[in-house]
Design a protein. Structure first.
Length: 237
């Protein structure tokens, strides 16, 4: 029986401090990505920022939940080595761009973006690629709704704004079609989705876009490498 050991290990390393941060108020400021602190030698924040969350309870649940679900799918389709490569690619690209753009923050969403984009570009099965493409739509909807709020679009009031609700609903509808009709849709579509979202968010100077773009590039380059077959269970003769 397949065991996602890498996913479980990363989930434990990420989940423990992400939950502990609600009992230890100073944990997030101590570990988050702080461009000024990094410039003064605290380079480890580029790594520790991945194991705490700045999105509150909701953001923590979403990031850890997607790590469990997406991680399991990706590890089964790609194997542990490429899982770690793609996750690290998104983390490195996202954290580095966040530092260079002067954006403080925390969370493993950038690493998940790299993993999702790479999985969508890989030679995995249609279900895994479609679900990965669906995940890449979510940060796009979140950022675009935030941009709309900053631009003063009527009805946008933070996380509960009308625009954000509409975009999330639209993403859910598009994602359900992408997954349920995967056998009827063009085979290139799951790969085109993260490319489009990555370019859009990168132009908006959002670090998730850079993480997605890095995942797209590395995932495309790794397409020629065959993934290990998942272990099969054998019945005694």
């Amino acid at each position: 029986m397949f065991k996602p050991y890498v996913t479980l290990a990363v989930l434990a390393v990420t989940g423990v401090p992400s939950v502990a941060q609600f009992a230890v108020p100073g944990l997030v400021p101590a570990l988050m990505r702080d461009p000024d602190a990094i410039a003064h030698g605290q380079w480890w924040r580029l790594v520790t920022a991945l194991v705490v969350q700045d999105g509150g309870v909701a953001g923590t649940v979403v990031n850890l939940g997607f790590l469990a679900v997406l991680g399991h799918l990706a590890e089964r389709a790609l194997g542990p080595a490429r899982w770690l490569l793609f996750y690290a690619t998104g983390a490195l690209a996202g954290e580095t761009s966040g530092y260079l753009l002067g954006q403080p923050g925390a969370g493993n969403s950038v690493a998940l973006c790299g993993l999702a984009a790479a999985l969508a570009m890989s030679a995995a099965g249609p279900l895994e690629r479609s679900l990965a493409a669906f995940y890449t739509l979510l940060p796009g909807a979140w950022v675009l709704s935030a941009v709309g709020g900053a631009a003063g679009v009527t009805g946008v009031t933070g996380a509960d704004g009308t625009l954000r609700v509409v975009l999330v609903a639209a993403v859910a509808a598009a994602g359900s079609q992408l997954v349920s009709r995967r056998d009827r849709l063009p085979s290139w579509l799951p790969g085109a989705v993260p490319v489009a979202v990555a370019l859009t968010l990168t132009l908006l100077r959002d670090l998730h876009g850079v993480a997605l773009l890095a995942g797209v590039i590395v995932g495309w380059l790794a397409r020629g490498v065959s993934a290990p077959a998942p272990p099969r269970t054998t019945s005694p003769v």
